[in-house]
Design a protein around this ligand. Sequence first.
Ligand SMILES: [Cu+2]
Length: 452
Amino acid sequence: MKKIYQATNRPSVGNVNNESPLPPAGEQSTDKADVSRRRFLQTAAAFTGGSALAVGMNFTAKAEQMTQGGTNSNHGMTGHTGHTMNGYGSMMFMEGHSMKPGQIIEPPGSPSPNEVDYKVFDIDVRIVEHEILPGIKTHLFAFNGQVPGPEFHVTEGDWVQVNFTNNTEEMHTIHWHGIVLPYTMDGVPMVTQDPVHPGDTFVYRFQAKPFGTRWYHCHWSTPLHAASAMHGAFIIHRKDEPLKERFPYTRDYTLMLEAWDIDFIREEMNGLLEGMKQVNMLMAQGKLDYKTHGFFKDYAEFKQAVESGDYVAPYLQSRSSGVEIKPNFFAINGKSYPATKRLGIKQGEWIRVRLINASGLSHHMHLHGHDFWWVAQDGNDLPEPRRLNTVHVEPGGTYDIMIHGDNPGFWTFHDHKTVHVRNNGIYPGGMLTMLAYEDFEPTYMPSVSVDQ
Ligand SMILES: [Cu+2]
């Protein structure tokens, strides 16, 4: 037995089984019905095993009954593979979907590949065990297994095709944050598309615009998926970069700011596993229906189900797994200080730093020994750059700054919200790195202490 979350001082749930891809469900999850009802919403596509076929068909009948006369707005999404989806609109996934996994979903909205020349990217989501700090590992959903996800670099006006494959047993989407695109490409489940099911590939196509520091993240179960590790930078470069006239930068850094409650993540992951088991069990018994999944064709149907008592919404229940999120690890590009990567600079050099806040909290990034120039927000150049040494980085926002190498040394760059420069409550740590000159003779060399 190996403990994965050794450093946490908050209540532990359950044992960690080294054999299992994830820790097993915790001892606090005593109210199985409660947990499972909530989890169904997240695990509806876990239709695996031999019993799936029969139960899935039973299930289809109910879905059909329920959605007659409903919207078929998503019908066109799946036609080309020849997979019969019966036009259930947003209920289509209930058809016992993974009886035929590996579907390619190409929604309308953008030109076909015959019409424009797409730059094609393949990206997937899988579960990885990620090390935040020595001794602190956590399981995360991660794009291409990387934390943060791979960084896109394209030029404004490029046509981009992203083949997104779901290699987990959970559902996901990709939302392109700050990119102006057809709504069917916006990646919001139950608003612009059905979530992408296990094994399936969803094809996002759009033109890269407007220019600037943009990003992407999962929009399913956002507090767990996007905030944990399903996020990455999407940099849209200009053909010519006017900012280089005033700030002739030679290096370009991206810093994704992250905050993790690794206990919450573990409990949610445990809950997912438990939910999958429950789904499979109910399916085998033929007891799985739309109410246990919590999907409705519209608000009126949802309201009716709640008021009639047919459906007990998760928010009406007390939950055994704590949903209050209290981040205890803060990170830059997947790592907490002292594991964070330094920003290299040379004397006389300009560097560009793109700050992207994926955390859901606000951060106040402060640089020692220098002022910097804040040049862009949310990807868009400011009318006039502002000279600062602390920039307030709001949740979801992106902020670009230019730093000039005019004061050789090692300089702390950190969130001035001091609770965020701790590891599990202990200072120093978290959202802290260093601007490190590469071409000077230091008279003091930085060392490491994580308990002051
Ligand atoms: Cu996701």
